[in-house]
Design a protein around this ligand. Structure first.
Ligand code: 5GP
Length: 148
Protein backbone atom coordinates (compact mmCIF):
# COMPACT_ATOMS: atom_id res chain seq x y z
CA UNK A 1 0.00 0.00 0.00
CA UNK A 2 1.46 3.39 -0.97
CA UNK A 3 1.49 6.44 1.31
CA UNK A 4 -1.17 7.98 -0.98
CA UNK A 5 -3.54 4.96 -0.43
CA UNK A 6 -2.97 5.21 3.30
CA UNK A 7 -4.00 8.90 3.25
CA UNK A 8 -7.19 8.07 1.38
CA UNK A 9 -8.31 5.53 3.99
CA UNK A 10 -8.94 8.06 6.76
CA UNK A 11 -11.61 10.23 5.10
CA UNK A 12 -13.41 7.04 4.03
CA UNK A 13 -13.18 5.58 7.53
CA UNK A 14 -14.50 8.80 9.08
CA UNK A 15 -17.37 8.91 6.56
CA UNK A 16 -18.28 5.27 7.35
CA UNK A 17 -18.17 5.95 11.07
CA UNK A 18 -20.40 9.02 10.63
CA UNK A 19 -23.02 7.05 8.70
CA UNK A 20 -22.97 4.26 11.31
CA UNK A 21 -23.55 6.80 14.10
CA UNK A 22 -26.40 8.40 12.10
CA UNK A 23 -27.96 4.98 11.46
CA UNK A 24 -27.75 4.05 15.14
CA UNK A 25 -29.31 7.40 16.13
CA UNK A 26 -32.14 6.92 13.61
CA UNK A 27 -32.79 3.34 14.88
CA UNK A 28 -32.92 4.62 18.47
CA UNK A 29 -35.39 7.36 17.58
CA UNK A 30 -37.55 4.97 15.58
CA UNK A 31 -37.62 2.50 18.48
CA UNK A 32 -39.12 5.15 20.75
CA UNK A 33 -42.92 5.11 20.76
CA UNK A 34 -44.37 8.18 19.10
CA UNK A 35 -47.05 10.40 20.61
CA UNK A 36 -50.52 9.12 19.68
CA UNK A 37 -52.69 11.45 17.62
CA UNK A 38 -55.77 10.06 19.39
CA UNK A 39 -56.38 11.19 22.99
CA UNK A 40 -57.47 7.87 24.54
CA UNK A 41 -57.61 9.43 28.02
CA UNK A 42 -60.33 11.84 26.83
CA UNK A 43 -62.29 8.74 25.77
CA UNK A 44 -61.88 7.31 29.29
CA UNK A 45 -63.06 10.64 30.78
CA UNK A 46 -66.09 10.61 28.45
CA UNK A 47 -66.90 6.98 29.31
CA UNK A 48 -66.25 5.76 25.77
CA UNK A 49 -63.37 3.51 26.88
CA UNK A 50 -63.33 1.33 30.03
CA UNK A 51 -60.77 1.80 32.80
CA UNK A 52 -60.24 0.45 36.32
CA UNK A 53 -61.03 3.72 38.05
CA UNK A 54 -59.76 4.25 41.60
CA UNK A 55 -60.72 7.87 42.13
CA UNK A 56 -62.95 10.39 40.42
CA UNK A 57 -63.84 13.97 41.31
CA UNK A 58 -64.83 17.19 39.53
CA UNK A 59 -61.22 17.92 38.49
CA UNK A 60 -59.52 14.59 37.85
CA UNK A 61 -59.62 10.83 37.41
CA UNK A 62 -57.21 8.11 38.59
CA UNK A 63 -57.14 4.62 37.11
CA UNK A 64 -54.83 1.62 36.79
CA UNK A 65 -52.37 1.70 33.88
CA UNK A 66 -53.16 -0.89 31.19
CA UNK A 67 -49.48 -1.98 31.05
CA UNK A 68 -48.25 -1.67 34.66
CA UNK A 69 -44.53 -1.09 35.15
CA UNK A 70 -44.67 -1.80 38.89
CA UNK A 71 -47.03 -3.67 41.29
CA UNK A 72 -48.85 -0.33 41.67
CA UNK A 73 -49.09 1.80 38.52
CA UNK A 74 -51.86 4.36 38.57
CA UNK A 75 -52.44 7.24 36.16
CA UNK A 76 -53.81 10.51 37.49
CA UNK A 77 -55.24 12.76 34.81
CA UNK A 78 -57.05 16.10 34.80
CA UNK A 79 -60.50 16.17 33.20
CA UNK A 80 -59.39 19.28 31.33
CA UNK A 81 -57.36 18.50 28.22
CA UNK A 82 -53.80 19.84 28.62
CA UNK A 83 -51.64 18.15 25.99
CA UNK A 84 -48.29 18.26 27.74
CA UNK A 85 -46.58 19.62 30.84
CA UNK A 86 -45.00 22.27 28.58
CA UNK A 87 -48.53 23.63 27.93
CA UNK A 88 -49.37 24.42 31.57
CA UNK A 89 -50.42 27.97 32.38
CA UNK A 90 -50.72 29.98 35.63
CA UNK A 91 -54.47 29.21 35.71
CA UNK A 92 -53.65 25.49 36.02
CA UNK A 93 -51.80 25.95 39.30
CA UNK A 94 -54.60 24.77 41.61
CA UNK A 95 -55.43 21.86 39.30
CA UNK A 96 -51.80 20.67 39.29
CA UNK A 97 -51.65 20.91 43.08
CA UNK A 98 -54.88 18.90 43.24
CA UNK A 99 -53.36 16.10 41.11
CA UNK A 100 -50.49 15.86 43.61
CA UNK A 101 -52.84 15.77 46.61
CA UNK A 102 -54.82 12.96 44.95
CA UNK A 103 -51.55 11.11 44.21
CA UNK A 104 -50.41 11.37 47.85
CA UNK A 105 -53.83 10.22 49.13
CA UNK A 106 -53.89 7.26 46.71
CA UNK A 107 -50.32 6.28 47.64
CA UNK A 108 -51.43 6.13 51.27
CA UNK A 109 -54.61 4.16 50.43
CA UNK A 110 -52.62 1.72 48.28
CA UNK A 111 -50.17 1.00 51.10
CA UNK A 112 -47.11 2.68 49.56
CA UNK A 113 -45.73 3.82 52.92
CA UNK A 114 -42.22 2.59 51.97
CA UNK A 115 -42.18 5.08 49.10
CA UNK A 116 -43.40 5.71 45.61
CA UNK A 117 -42.38 7.49 42.46
CA UNK A 118 -44.30 10.11 40.49
CA UNK A 119 -43.39 10.35 36.81
CA UNK A 120 -44.54 12.92 34.30
CA UNK A 121 -43.28 12.38 30.77
CA UNK A 122 -43.30 15.58 28.72
CA UNK A 123 -43.29 15.20 24.94
CA UNK A 124 -41.77 12.51 22.77
CA UNK A 125 -38.14 12.55 23.84
CA UNK A 126 -39.22 11.89 27.42
CA UNK A 127 -41.47 9.01 26.31
CA UNK A 128 -44.90 10.68 26.39
CA UNK A 129 -47.29 8.67 24.22
CA UNK A 130 -50.73 9.97 25.21
CA UNK A 131 -51.28 13.67 24.41
CA UNK A 132 -53.05 14.42 27.71
CA UNK A 133 -51.01 15.49 30.75
CA UNK A 134 -50.87 12.71 33.37
CA UNK A 135 -48.98 11.66 36.47
CA UNK A 136 -47.76 8.08 36.81
CA UNK A 137 -47.92 6.87 40.43
CA UNK A 138 -45.55 3.90 40.70
CA UNK A 139 -44.83 1.79 43.74
CA UNK A 140 -44.58 -1.61 45.34
CA UNK A 141 -40.97 -2.29 44.33
CA UNK A 142 -37.55 -0.69 44.63
CA UNK A 143 -36.92 1.88 41.89
CA UNK A 144 -33.62 2.36 40.08
CA UNK A 145 -31.87 5.65 39.44
CA UNK A 146 -31.10 7.17 36.99
CA UNK A 147 -34.38 6.45 35.18
CA UNK A 148 -34.12 5.07 31.64
P1 5GP B 1 -46.96 8.10 28.72
O1 5GP B 1 -46.16 7.12 27.91
O2 5GP B 1 -47.75 9.03 27.81
O3 5GP B 1 -46.22 8.82 29.79
O4 5GP B 1 -48.01 7.22 29.50
C1 5GP B 1 -49.14 6.68 28.91
C2 5GP B 1 -49.56 5.49 29.73
O5 5GP B 1 -50.88 5.16 29.37
C3 5GP B 1 -48.71 4.25 29.49
O6 5GP B 1 -48.13 3.81 30.70
C4 5GP B 1 -49.70 3.23 28.93
O7 5GP B 1 -49.47 1.93 29.40
C5 5GP B 1 -51.04 3.77 29.42
N1 5GP B 1 -52.17 3.47 28.56
C6 5GP B 1 -52.18 3.53 27.21
N2 5GP B 1 -53.40 3.22 26.74
C7 5GP B 1 -54.17 2.96 27.85
C8 5GP B 1 -55.55 2.59 28.01
O8 5GP B 1 -56.33 2.45 27.07
N3 5GP B 1 -55.96 2.40 29.29
C9 5GP B 1 -55.14 2.55 30.38
N4 5GP B 1 -55.67 2.34 31.58
N5 5GP B 1 -53.85 2.90 30.24
C10 5GP B 1 -53.37 3.10 28.99
Amino acid sequence: MSARDDDAIWPAAVATLKSLVLLAARRLLQGRPAMMTDNIFKKIIDGQLPARILHEDELCLAFHDLHPQAPVHVLIIPRQVIRTHADIQPEHQALLGHLHLVAARLAQQLGLSAGYRLVLNCREQAGQTVPHLHLHLLGGRAMGWPPG
